[in-house]
Design a protein around this ligand. Sequence first.
Ligand code: ATP
Ligand code: MG
Length: 386
Amino acid sequence: MIITEYDAIQIRFGELWLKGENRGMFIEALYRNVSNAIRGVKHGMLAKERDSFMINLDKESELNKLLTTLSFLPGISWFSPVVIAKPSVDDIIRKANLFGEEAKGAVRVEAKRSYKGHRFTSTQLIGRMIKAAQSGKLKLDLDKYACNVLYINVEKGKTTLHLNKMIGIGGLPVGTSGRCIVLLSGGIDSPVAAFYAMKRGLRPIYLHFHTFPDNKTAMRSKIPMIIRMLSVHSNGAKIYYVPAHLFQAVVMKVPSKYELVLYKRFMYRVAEKIAESEGAIAIVTGESVGQVASQTIENMLASQEGIKPLILRPLTGFDKQEIIAKARELGTYNLSIEEYRDVCSIKIKRPATRTNAALISRLYRSCKLGAAEAKSLEASLSTHCQ
Ligand code: ATP
Ligand code: MG
């Protein structure tokens, strides 16, 4: 099929149906997200229908770019370029023939009438299509396991036809679950955690602690490049850069085996302050239970003592290979493995694996990390990434 023969792109939302009374709010949010995401791509009108959205296509429309953009948006269960026919058997057959070339082989037909008032049933339609296939371009496959499926949906005023479905990310539209502060390092894991937070409807505000002499240098590092890769899912994001040298200066006073847990406590406390000012009530990290010596549940508990926002660790059930595979898919992997001086590149040989909240609180007070926290926040800088 040549691209100009498509009339629209149909977008379907899956899990949104489960939301009962709030369904309208979820659909509105997805509509806004789609409309913002496709703003820079040529397309016709975006229209809301009963259980889907339609992006109308005209001669100028950039079909492939539109499809790529939609593949990044949480909340979409599937989407597909569609051809629109009249709700009449003859027109449906005529339009179905357009798919003959594109299918590169036989197709199974799945016909559905969401409007039952027409004078033909789905079975009668398929019967007529089988007859027509003997002479037309479209070859039919009656095997129910056939991999190419031509979907036909007969509505009241029109019929949509599409070959197969492009599977979307699913989940919930970004923003519908509120905001979260994503602790983003220069490593592999946290960008993947950010993706899963977005998939559950959270709008990310990134927070990165850096070891550069100033924020401007951090803004020219790979960090904004990683965030740009992730921003295709949220249509831009806000980033906070916070210098870590004040933390590094005071933490020298405590035994180095506690440094990582103190660092986490410090990051959470700064994140908590930013969360307050941003109206966020969750913090997201890339930790996974037991992945490294410092990520024991005892250490996690000790580091989060007294922190009000909910701390989400979406990668808890993942092993490193799964995280790497997802990072490759998201396109962040190559940036993540580029050399980078992260705060914890001060690799501690034997970090404490079983700390507790009382001990960490005592150490925190003894080296006056609270004061370093306030000063670090004062020295922070925030920007937007599109
Ligand atoms: P990652 O690959 O995401 O760096 P990791 O396996 O290296 O994770 P840690 O270095 O212990 O593990 O970091 C655990 C989590 O702490 C990170 O996933 C991230 O959420 C947060 N974190 C670590 N370093 C930073 C940083 N410099 N700025 C912001 N958050 C950080
Ligand atoms: Mg790391």
